[in-house]
Design a binder for this molecule. Structure first.
Ligand code: ADP
Ligand code: ZN
Length: 524
């Protein structure tokens, strides 16, 4: 199909009156043969950005998409509106693949979905040369980011498309948009000449709420029954076991919940997904295996009962709520145990030091979001490189400002202990040693290094170990301290100087201190 006017294709094929946001500019740019990098939040309408150019340019639009399971849905949806679409992946039998290949060669396809690993399968490149390529669309382009949460090695090979087919326009799309990921996409996919289309990542209809974890199942049930009774939602948990247990607990509480994780039989997963998509008010309890590419407009809430590994992951997952623009909620319960567990997991997980450092940085950012004492949305948008100063009025911090505790003096004590130890003993230490010095606890290590002779010895006996740990964490999360090397030695940053000189204050959520108080009073 070749129709010159993208506006007509939008109306006649997709049934929409007008383009949204940057869609029209993107579509026109790609139709004219330009490369594009598109950063748009989930639900922003990325598909049309390559589907319409595929229809308007001569030849077949090749769409590289990581999720074989979803290709068929996408193909089916396109066929339904009369687009000649097909998919090629390893899950298909040879005869089927032959049929699709023949259709492609004969120029009978508008859109062809390919799994990235297919490109390196024998014969694929030759096949592509036997037809005419309208464009390459690289969906979920953040999968190329090695340190991201969705890294797929096959994506690295997509950089070669630029060399092999230099004249074919390429469009890379993602809903993950830290400046770092953005740069990686551009470099690794060789999109140096691309135009960049960066939409605002704000999702004003989503209300963000993050609360301390107590009895998390009860909290979750209260949240769903109290505020989202009978509504569709997604609950994310980190392990398969927790997914199953939580789904069962929700069912016991009378909530229509289904479990979804990669360890379940394919039929069960499909059934869960189908029920969620077709029926009203189904809650899916899932690992992060669920959700990418799922387009259900009326998801009223996304709940996290475990701490996500990064702010990118959190934002992408919460972005699945409220695609229809109606009020929706992103709710999370987080606990310190989550943080400890994830840190151990990262440190014990092998991987080189740079990768570990990057994972820890992601975790600290996530923590900073949880412990943030100001507007969550401002934090999130800033994280994605958007500056915005005014508080949103639609997050828990804006609606119920947390009680704060002035931690300036303890922070000064901690920072000067670190600096003094470094200066007077010429060595750096991890949090544990500094806390011993502050609390005047003489471990062998401490006396050996004569740390008990420091002037900061015992100046922090008023706080428990746990409370000191809370302060360390807060300073790490807010960028006043850095944790370096495999032992996690603490190093004050440039920004810490202002606190030491009394020019900046440190405020923490009171609840962080209170929760830490009880256990720590007796020691660790
Ligand atoms: P993304 O891939 O960015 O998450 P989709 O391409 O799946 O988003 O689009 C999200 C939803 O918005 C879909 O239901 C889609 O049909 C709808 N949509 C996209 N563009 C438009 C438009 N111009 N007008 C109305 N609805 C649109
Ligand atoms: Zn806010």
């Amino acid at each position: 199909m070749i129709a010159a006017d993208p506006g007509r294709v939008l109306a006649e094929v997709f049934g929409y009156d007008s383009f949204r946001g940057e869609q029209e500019a993107i579509v026109r740019h790609v139709i004219a043969g330009g490369d594009a990098v598109v950063l748009m939040p989930t639900g922003g309408g990325k598909s049309i950005c390559y589907q319409i150019p595929a229809l308007c340019r001569e030849g077949t639009g090749i769409v590289l998409s990581p999720l074989v399971a979803l290709m068929h849905d996408q193909v089916a949806a396109l066929r339904l509106v009369g687009v000649r679409a097909a998919a090629l992946n390893s899950a298909m039998d040879p005869a089927e693949r032959q049929r699709v290949a023949a259709a492609y060669r004969a120029g009978e396809l508008d859109v062809l979905y390919l799994a990235p690993e297919r490109l390196s399968a024998p014969g694929t490149v030759e096949l592509l040369d036997e037809g005419r390529i309208a464009l390459f669309a690289i969906d979920e382009a953040h999968c190329v980011s090695q340190w991201g949460h969705d890294f797929r090695p096959d994506y690295l090979r997509l950089g070669a498309l630029a060399e092999r087919w230099p004249e074919v326009p390429r469009i890379a799309l993602t809903a993950t948009a830290t400046p770092e990921t953005h740069r990686e996409i551009t470099e690794r996919l060789h999109l140096e000449r691309a135009r960049h289309f960066v939409s605002s990542f704000d999702r004003p209809n989503i209300r963000y709420r993050i609360e301390p974890k107590g009895q998390v199942r009860k909290q979750l049930i209260d949240f769903i029954r109290g505020e989202h009774s009978g509504e569709a939602g997604i609950v994310y948990a980190l392990s398969r076991k927790r997914v199953e247990q939580t789904a069962a607990a929700l069912r016991d509480a009378g909530i229509d919940a289904v479990a979804y994780h990669a360890g379940l039989p394919a039929e069960e997963r499909l059934e869960a997904q189908t029920r969620f998509l077709r029926e009203d008010g189904v809650v899916v309890v899932a690992t992060i295996a669920f959700g990418m590419g799922i387009d259900k407009p009326d998801v009223r809430f996304v709940a996290h009962i475990d701490l996500p590994k990064s702010v990118e992951g959190y934002y992408q997952e919460t972005g699945r709520a409220g695609r229809d623009g109606l009020p929706s909620e992103a709710w999370m319960a987080y606990g310190l145990a989550d943080v400890v567990q994830q840190r151990q997991f990262i440190e014990g997980g092998g991987g080189d030091q740079a990768a570990q450092a990057s994972q820890l940085r992601h975790l600290n950012q996530m923590l900073a979001l949880c412990e943030s004492t100001s507007c969550r949305r401002v934090f999130l948008l800033r994280y994605f490189g958007e500056s915005r100063e005014e508080a949103c009025g639609n997050c828990d911090v804006c609606l119920n400002p947390p009680r704060l505790w002035d931690a300036t003096v303890p922070a000064q004590k901690l920072l000067s202990t670190i600096i003094r130890t470094g200066r007077e003993r010429g060595r750096t230490y991890a949090a544990g040693q500094h806390i011993d010095v502050l609390r005047g606890v003489g471990s062998e290590r401490v006396t050996q290094m004569r740390l008990d002779e420091l002037s900061t010895w015992g100046i922090g006996t008023d706080l428990s170990v746990q409370q000191w740990r809370g302060i360390v964490r807060h300073l790490l999360a807010t960028g006043l301290l850095e944790s370096q090397g495999e032992y996690g030695v603490l190093v004050p940053t440039e920004a810490a100087n202002a606190v030491l000189r009394g020019q900046a204050e440190v405020h923490m959520r009171e609840e962080v201190l209170q929760r830490a108080g009880g256990r720590g009073a007796r020691g660790e």
